[in-house]
Each structure stands twice: as C-alpha cells, then as structure tokens.
Design a protein. Structure first.
Length: 257
C-alpha cells in the first residue's frame, strides 16, 4: 500500500484525490492538509492538518499529492522535498526558475518531484498530436478555457503544448506583418509566435483547443473534460510510479508505458 498525503484536501481537485485514494486498493490515505482544516474530517477518520510541516512530522507518507495554489506551492515543496518525501504536483504556475529549484531540491535530498500540468490522459494525447501536426502546419494558436476561479493564465497545459510545438517548429510571427492591437492583449500571449488565449468562465473545467491553419484549411485538436474525475487515473498512476523516479520529472507522458 502506498501511503498518500493530500495537500489541499478540501479543494476542488484535492477532494477528488481523497475520494480516489480512498477507493483505490493500492493506495492508502495517510492524512490531509488544508488551510480550512479546523472542524473538518476525512474518510476513515484520517487526520487533517492546517500545516504541511506538522503533517509530515505526524505521519510518514510515501508521497504527497499537491493541489494547492501557485502562490504557496513552492513553500510546500521546499518542506516536502527537504524531508525526503516524494511529491506529485498538479498545481500550476511553474516558471523555468521554479522548475530549476525543484530539480535542485529533489536531487539534493535523494527524492523526486513529478510536476504534471494536466493529468487527463486525453490532454497527454492532445499535446503529442499537436507536436506531430506542427511538423506540417507552421501557423497555430491555442485557446484554453478554465473555470473562473483559476488563478494563473495561461494554463500549464497551454504552455506545455506551446513548448512541445516549438521543439519541432521554427519561431515566426503569425498574422499580417503590420497588424496592430487597438485593444491591448487582443491577440493573446506570445510564445515564439504562438498565440495563447485564456478564457475564464463559470461552467468550464479545463478545456483546450489547438488550431492549426494552412492554405484553405484548418485543423483542430480539442481536449474537453466534463468533470474532474478524468484526472484521477493519471493521479493514481503518478502515485504508483513516482517511487521509481528520481529528481524532477515534468509531464505525465514521462511515466506512461
């Protein structure tokens, strides 16, 4: 049994992780951490803490699953990794500088951090298909659509998709060479000429559309989750596979057979 501590246990994703771990015969819920822990309980009367350091002192998990917020995730990871505990991270907002620090922490403490922008298996396939299509279509834009409570934009999945496309596509400016924005930001963010547009509306979970354009045609690759349950097979797989990982691992595709 793999003992799992859930950081952000009462959030949207954290609650799903708690349910998944409780139902999975290979996983055991060790405890939960949440800033709203007071007066709350977890299945099986497992303990709940308001502080990650206190939780790690009280229980000895094999892995911490972190679904918190971009503004607190690094503080949590510094504590988790320095304890030599493995971390599976679904929180987004990781810059190259943050990833470099996580890599250094994991290696220095002989442990592992698996950072996953998107746990949906469909999203993994979408990114792979987009990178393949980019070999044939040089013009591409990304539209990512999330619920209105998401704090960072663009999404980690959109950034990862653009990065994978950039590996097979030369950077270039898209659109008319003399185009101009009469309203700042209208053309979206820019990663090596790839435009990324972020929608934040009630009703969405975490959808993404990658649109390629060529003479006389467009090609669209869409991942459209309808609820958060779609992420749980990926989270479960990550909990089971991270025991054989070392250092920083970025993306669910890195542990898929």
């Amino acid at each position: 049994m793999i003992k799992v501590l859930v950081n952000g246990a009462f959030g949207r994703m954290g609650s799903e992780v708690v349910r998944m771990v409780t139902a999975n015969p290979d996983l055991e819920l060790a405890a939960g951490v949440d800033i709203h822990a007071e007066g709350r309980s977890l299945p099986g009367d497992k303990p709940v803490f308001a502080d990650i350091a206190a939780a790690l002192e009280a229980v000895t998990p094999d892995v911490v699953v972190d679904f918190t917020r971009p503004d607190v995730v690094m503080d949590s990871l510094r504590i988790i990794l320095k304890k030599g505990v493995r971390a599976v991270v679904g929180t987004t907002g990781f810059t190259p500088e943050r990833l470099a620090e996580v890599k250094e922490l994991a290696e220095a403490n002989n442990t592992a951090a698996l950072i996953v922008p998107n746990f949906a298996l469909g999203a993994v396939v979408m990114v792979k298909l987009a990178a393949e299509a980019a070999k044939y279509f040089k013009d591409v834009e990304i539209i990512e659509k999330h619920h209105d409570q998401k704090l960072d934009a663009p999404s980690g999945t959109a950034i990862l998709t653009a990065q994978k496309i950039c590996e097979v596509r030369e950077a270039h400016k898209q659109g008319h060479p003399n185009e101009r924005e009469t309203l700042a930001g209208s053309r979206g963010g820019d990663i090596e000429g790839i435009r990324i547009h972020s929608l934040r509306l009630p009703g969405y979970v975490a959808s993404q559309e990658v649109i390629f354009g060529s003479q006389g045609e467009t090609l669209k690759i869409i991942n459209d989750p309808v609820n958060r349950e779609c992420y749980m097979p990926g989270v479960a797989l990550a909990c089971k596979k991270i025991g054989s990982c070392q250092g920083l691992v970025y993306g669910l595709d890195q542990i898929l057979d």
